[in-house]
Design a protein around this ligand. Sequence first.
Ligand SMILES: C[S@@+](CC[C@H](N)C(=O)[O-])C[C@H]1O[C@@H](n2cnc3c(N)ncnc32)[C@H](O)[C@@H]1O
Length: 393
Amino acid sequence: MLPVIDQPFEHDMMPLPDHDGHAREDFIVNLKLYLSDFVYPFDELVYEKRVKPEFIKKHKREPKDCDEVHKAMMADNFTQFWSCIARNMQEMLWDNQIEITEKNKDRMEAYYNKVKKNPIGSLTLDSNFEMPKYIDSIDIHAMPGGYQTSLGQNDIMSGAVYDRGAYYYTKGYAGRWGEGGATAIINTIKHYYPDFKPTKILDVGCAIGWTSTPFADAYPDSEIFAIDVGAAILRYGHARANSLGKNINFLQQSGENIKFPDSHFDLVISGGVFHETSRSASEKVIKEMYRVLKPGGVCISYDIPYGGDYSLHAQFMLNWDSYYNAEPFWRQWTSMERSEFMELGGFKKSNVIDVWADRDHEGNFKLFEKPFDNIHTSAKGGIGRVQFFGAVK
Ligand SMILES: C[S@@+](CC[C@H](N)C(=O)[O-])C[C@H]1O[C@@H](n2cnc3c(N)ncnc32)[C@H](O)[C@@H]1O
């Protein structure tokens, strides 16, 4: 039996589907769960029993890297079959969200305009903002318009598409408020730095604030700042934070060039940013996160896991999105060891913590030492759990 996925939390900005829109959401997410639970786990068997033996027969050796496994798997009709469905699911998911958000556009824009008159927190957009090329040149994970599109002064559409779309994309694991990643960062902080109570927090690459808003509850006396590149996602994020009653200051800034002084924050976080960011930009971002952090402050991020210790077949599964889901930077990120990355930013390697987290079967967040310890079946055939890494400055 597949679990029934609740709809995301219905706040005032949330686009709401009609009957057919929601039926499509259910269909898409259930087919995604079915693939995860009952199809992806068999890909390894197909590799071991069919593809690898054929490869060895032909080449007189085993595949030497993930690219060779990728090429060999894609010649097998089992992998072709699920890859084709997975790519089509992704396109259907966004197409459906665009239809849903278009039907809600007037209501959401009216709410955004109402918030503008008497906001909680703030929104600072930069009319001269220069969109990074690596963002502008692709619609990441096939999300039409990407994070970058903003069509006019009141446009909130890319944020609205992200809110429901990313919830169903992550099969509900991000939580009904999209709070999952931030909650796990907060748990990681409490686990590793139990006495640490931040008062100035920066969320780099906040999108619509999924990673920012839970900090307002965890640290109610703190000031929270959240930066991202897209004006429309930030407008939506600002209005969403207002509808949830959370005090967040959203700013249109690049993590490559954070417009705050050195040593300004005692907690700097990011969620899911580096796997969507070019290698050279990622290095600049982590250096900036280090620069704006106070000595003794904490920097924590979560992202797609490092795949260096995975089998070659698991690396192929881990990197599927890089080949077929418009995620050109994902592959280089999975080959980046996290303590080395933190060291590039300026952190001491010996200070780096590296841990995995996800929900257990009851929906509670837990930390794990290893990527595949005691994992849900639904993650087995895919990427494993989300990896958290950080350090004290
Ligand atoms: C997968 S989303 C994650 C958003 C949010 N942290 C969450 O977990 O919902 C990655 C975000 O990183 C942002 N991003 C990428 N490069 C950036 C940069 N140089 N500066 C600021 N944000 C960036 C993207 O615009 C996008 O909103």
